[in-house]
Design a protein around this ligand. Structure first.
Ligand code: MN
Length: 234
């Protein structure tokens, strides 16, 4: 016998300042959201979830990839400690991961890559990646890599492998972690999506798909992730 509570996979979402849209996106896709606080024990939490959403927020401590902080870099030690703990465990177990903005940066560092610490001062681009006028305002396009998991999930054939995305980040992935590939790039060359080549579902995006749950542009991304969480649980 089954019931709805059993049918919905448990999706851990790391706490952040704009939590509401992550929770709504996971609910809409059929998952049961569980908000994860930074004082929790990652070793216990990992047993209580079927998938992990790493959310947006401040910057990863650059010492995690052997650099000292740029003046524009903001760090939260408690958050890093918890999120690296849970991300490393999720990678080791092949637990489904959807990593968004800071989450994608953290995932890349946890897997052995590094970051551009400050796009405006370290990366030559005519694009503004810090557009905060409205959470779902389209800031720029991304080109989605043919053959990637992301392309199979989100590409609308009418848009020829590009899609419009929002953008609220001053950092980005620089050296992609071993075992990962670039799945999306903005026209200026900023890496906007990565995915593990080996994992069942381990996808990072630099934009904020959760802000589109009212209009549904990225519903398929959350649905694919929640489906992977169901498979992992069963
Ligand atoms: Mn961007």
């Amino acid at each position: 016998m089954t019931n709805m509570a059993q049918a919905r996979p448990r999706v851990g979402i790391t706490r952040c300042s704009r939590l509401g849209d992550y929770v709504e996106s996971i609910k809409k896709a059929g998952g049961s959201p569980i908000v994860l606080d930074y004082d929790a024990d990652p070793g216990r939490v990992i047993d209580a979830i079927d998938g992990l959403v790493l959310t947006g927020g401040v910057d990863v401590d650059p010492s995690r990839y052997g650099e000292s902080p740029h003046p524009a870099t903001e760090i939260d030690d408690a958050r890093d400690a918890f999120e690296f703990g849970i991300a490393e465990r999720a990678l080791a177990r092949d637990l489904p991961v959807l990593a968004i903005c800071r989450g994608m940066q953290l995932l890349n560092v946890a897997a052995g890559g590094d970051l551009v610490q400050d796009i405006p001062s370290q990366f030559s681009t005519p694009l503004d990646h810090t557009v905060d006028s409205s959470p779902d305002a389209v800031a720029h396009k991304v080109r989605i890599e043919r053959g990637s998991l992301l392309a199979r999930i989100v590409t609308n054939p009418a848009h020829l492998e590009t899609c419009g995305v929002n953008s609220r980040h001053h950092q980005s992935v620089r050296r992609v972690a071993p075992g990962f590939s670039v799945s999306a790039t903005s026209p200026d060359g900023v890496i906007e999506g990565i995915e593990s080549r080996d994992a069942s579902f381990c996808v990072g995006v630099q934009w904020h798909p959760e802000n589109f749950h009212r209009t549904g542009e990225f519903d398929s991304l959350f649905e694919s992730f929640v489906d992977a969480c169901k498979r992992d649980r069963d």
